[in-house]
Design a protein around this ligand. Structure first.
Ligand code: NDP
Length: 321
C-alpha cells in the first residue's frame, strides 16, 4: 500500500515511520511504499530518515521517497497521514493559526483530490486537527468527506489507561470509553457507558468530574512539563491504532474514538468533524448509534461541539471552505 506521511522529519514523524515500515499498521503481509512530504527546509532531514528506514531492512518496506511538493507526494496515496502543521506561535490568535493551517491543508486537500486513490483514507494529526481535516475535505470534492478523519485516539487511549490504573485492572478489561467533540481542552472523555471486565462501571462522580476529565484533557501539557517536549511516541502509536482499526476493523464489536464528519448524530451539526464513539466495519467508520446521553454528558458534548462550530465559522469567514 502506498502511504504518504507529511511532517515526516518532525518528532511524531520520527516515531511513526519506523512502526509503519515494520508492519505495525498494516500487518506483516502488506508491503508498504512510503512517501515522505516535508517543507523544503526539512527535506534533507527527511532524506536522512529515509536512509535509516532503508538500514532497518524491514521485510515489509518497499520504496521510500522524499518530496517537498504535495502533488507528487500524494499521487496514488491509499493512506495519508497529515502530521505536519503550523504550531501556534507566541502572540498568535486562533484566527492566525487557522489561516496559517488553511495555507497547508487546502493545497494538500487539492493534491489529494488530484492524485490520491479514490478510496484513500486520510488521518489528520496536525493541530487544530478537526478543523484541518474539514479544510482538507472541502478542497477534495471528488473524495467522499468521510474519508477525512482527525485523531482523537490518543485522548481515547489516555482515558482507557487512566481508568484502568484507577480500577487496578489491565487495559484490555476496559471497554465502552468514548471521546466526544474537539481534540482540544474542551474534549469530553465519556465513561458513562464504560464496562470493566464486562460489568458496568460504578462511576465515582466526584473523581470523574474533578480528576479524571481534567487529567485526560491536560495530559499533553503534563508530558511537556515532565519531558521538556511534547508527546510524540504516544501520538504516533495512536495514529497507528487509528489506521489499523480503520483498515482491519475494530475487534469483537468493541468501539473506539475517532473524529469524523458528523452525519447529524447526537445533535452534532452535519459536516462538523467531531469525535464520536465509532466502530470500523467493512473498512468504514460507523458512529455507534443509540447511546443514552445524560445531562452531564450533554452539556460537555455541546460545549466542545460549539467550539468546533466556531472554528468552522472562522475558516468560512477566511474563505477556506
Ligand atoms: P510534531 O511532530 O511534534 O507534531 C506535529 C503535529 O502533530 C503538531 O501540529 C502537533 O500539534 C500535532 N499533535 C497532535 N497530537 C499531538 C500530541 N498528542 N502530541 C504532540 N503533538 C501532537 O511537530 P514537529 O514540530 O516536531 O514537526 C512538524 C514537522 O512538520 C516539521 O518537520 C515541519 O517541517 C513539518 N511540516 C510539514 C509540512 C508539510 O509537509 N507540508 C507543513 C508544515 C510543517 P501541537 O503543535 O498542538 O503540539
Amino acid at each position: 500500500m502506498r502511504v504518504t506521511v507529511t511532517g515526516a522529519a518532525g518528532q511524531i514523524g520520527y516515531a511513526l515511520l519506523f512502526r509503519i515500515a515494520s508492519g505495525a499498521m498494516l500487518g506483516a503481509d502488506t508491503r508498504v511504499d512510503l512517501r515522505l512530504l516535508e517543507l523544503p527546509a526539512a527535506a534533507r532531514a527527511a532524506e536522512g530518515i529515509a536512509m535509516e528506514l532503508q538500514d532497518c531492512a524491514f521485510p515489509t518496506l518497499g520504496t521510500v521517497d522524499v518530496f517537498d511538493d504535495a502533488v507528487p507526494a500524494f499521487d496514488g496515496a491509499e493512506i495519508a497521514l497529515l502530521v505536519g502543521s503550523r504550531p501556534r506561535g507566541p502572540g498568535m490568535e486562533r484566527r492566525d493559526l487557522l489561516e496559517a493551517n488553511g495555507g497547508i491543508f487546502a493545497p494538500q486537500g487539492r493534491a489529494l483530490n488530484a492524485g490520491a486513490a479514490a478510496d484513500v483514507r486520510v488521518l489528520v494529526v496536525g493541530n487544530p486537527a478537526n478543523t484541518n481535516a474539514l479544510i482538507a475535505a472541502a478542497h477534495a470534492p471528488d473524495i467522499p468527506a468521510e474519508r477525512f478523519t482527525a485523531m482523537t485516539r490518543l485522548d481515547h487511549n489516555r482515558a482507557v489507561a487512566q481508568l484502568a490504573a484507577h480500577e487496578s485492572v489491565p487495559v484490555h478489561q476496559v471497554s465502552g470509553v468514548a471521546i466526544w467533540g474537539n481534540h482540544s481542552a474542551t474534549q469530553y472523555p465519556d465513561l458513562t457507558h464504560t464496562r470493566v471486565d464486562g460489568r458496568p462501571l460504578g462511576l465515582d462522580r466526584g473523581w470523574y468530574a474533578d480528576e479524571f476529565i481534567p487529567t485526560v484533557a491536560k495530559r499533553g501539557a503534563a508530558i511537556i512539563e515532565a519531558r521538556g517536549s511534547s508527546s510524540a511516541a504516544s501520538a504516533a502509536s495512536a495514529a497507528i491504532d487509528h489506521v489499523r482499526d480503520w483498515v482491519a476493523g475494530t475487534p469483537g464489536g468493541e468501539w473506539t474514538s475517532a473524529a469524523l464528519p458528523s452525519d447529524g448524530s447526537y445533535g452534532v451539526p452535519e459536516g462538523v468533524v467531531s469525535s464520536f464513539p465509532v466502530r470500523s466495519v467493512a473498512g468504514e467508520w460507523r458512529i455507534v448509534p443509540g447511546l443514552e446521553i445524560d445531562a452531564f454528558s450533554r452539556e460537555r458534548i455541546d460545549a466542545s461541539v460549539a467550539e468546533l462550530v466556531e472554528e468552522r465559522n472562522a475558516v468560512r469567514e477566511l474563505g477556506l471552505l
